[in-house]
Design a protein around this ligand. Structure first.
Ligand code: UDP
Length: 329
């Protein structure tokens, strides 16, 4: 039986496919290649180009292949874009998931693991954030992901489907092979933007605000390596197979690093001075986001391998140094 990975040509999806294939899992990838890259799809995975909003297409894949579980990454995830084009997010993330669920129900597929986000919490009420904390998103992206979680809850109540929702904190880093890594267009994330400086693609990195109520005034985030995230999806599939129970888990490092600390680490790893310029705050940025991943550790048996920022940035640098323009070179 195969695992179907929706969005398997994207950043976290492609890394998860690499881990599945490493474990000799039969893996099928669907991606519409709107933001994903064909080059990121593992050569041993079977690839279908198509959109999750196309029910006939999904039905055909479910009928043709022997699929027993689904991992769903196929979504838009750029926070600022979600604020200027909210309907794109409702369409792709929420409507797309509804079509997927319809097709799963009709085709008797009963296990799904899907990407959720720390953005479901909004401004955190506690640090570290637990799964039981209040969820009040402050952007459309987080809102559509929370709505997806709720859709899964009600659908699994009515139909024979069990789900695991994984709330990622700041995904980063790249595969150890250096063959795949982060490649967004436009790039908005801190670590790839920092590494554009030693790659001579930008002159400096902007620090979005240095008067937050944090140890050095810059925002604190929980940076979690993409391979560690990928492993959690495999554990979540095993959990569904063993326990036949739905659940929600945070996935983070449990330790927060400030923007300044991340820049300093990148200077150390690359040997480049990486000039930084303090700039205005970015709207909607909470001062601190740090996960409690105790639940995933206890129940899924999840353990991080890349626990410190040096290891994370080193792996990211290996990728970006050799692919300054992402998959274009
Ligand atoms: N950030 C920054 N300069 C940049 C990009 C990001 O100072 O050019 C900060 C941002 O304000 C946040 C942190 O870096 O505090 C991580 O931002 P990113 O966009 O990578 O992830 P997010 O936390 O928004 O999911």
């Amino acid at each position: 039986m195969a695992v179907l990975v929706l969005g398997g040509a994207g950043y976290i999806g492609s890394h998860t496919v690499y881990e599945l294939i490493d474990k000799d899992e039969e893996t099928i990838v669907i991606d519409n290649l709107q933001t994903g890259h064909l080059e990121a799809v593992h050569p041993k995975a079977k690839f279908y180009k198509g959109d999750i909003r196309d029910k006939e297409f999904l039905d055909n894949v479910f009928k043709k292949e022997k699929i027993d579980s689904v991992i769903h990454f196929a979504a838009n995830s750029v926070v600022p874009e979600s604020m200027t084009d909210p309907l794109k997010y409702y369409d792709n993330n929420l409507y797309g998931t509804m079509i997927l669920l319809k097709s799963m129900v009709e085709n008797g597929i009963d296990k799904i693991v899907f990407s959720s986000t720390a953005a479901t919490y909004g401004e955190p009420e506690n640090i570290p954030i637990k799964e039981t904390d209040k969820t009040e998103p402050i952007n459309t992206y987080g809102e559509t992901k929370l709505a997806m979680e709720k859709m899964f809850k009600w659908v699994s109540n009515a139909h024979n489907i069990k789900y695991v929702s994984l709330r990622y904190f700041n995904a980063c880093g790249a595969h150890k092979s250096g063959k795949i890594g982060e490649a967004h267009n436009p790039e908005t994330h801190l670590i790839p933007l920092i590494l554009q400086v030693p790659n001579n693609l930008r002159e400096n990195i902007k620090i979005f605000g240095d008067d937050y109520d944090t140890k050095d005034g810059t925002c604190i985030r929980d940076y979690i390596h993409v391979t560690d995230l990928a492993q959690a999806h495999i554990l979540a599939i095993e959990y569904l197979k063993k326990n036949n129970k739905s659940d929600i888990f945070n996935l983070g490092n449990g330790i927060g690093f400030s923007v300044k600390e991340i820049i300093e680490t990148a200077r150390k790893i690359t040997g480049h001075p990486i000039p930084a310029i303090v700039s205005p705050k970015r709207p909607g940025d909470p001062a601190q986001l740090i996960a409690s991943s105790e639940k995933a550790e206890k129940i899924l048996g999840w353990k991080q391998i890349y626990a410190n920022p040096e290891d994370i940035i080193e792996s990211a640098w290996r990728w970006h140094k050799n692919h300054p323009l992402g998959f274009k070179n």
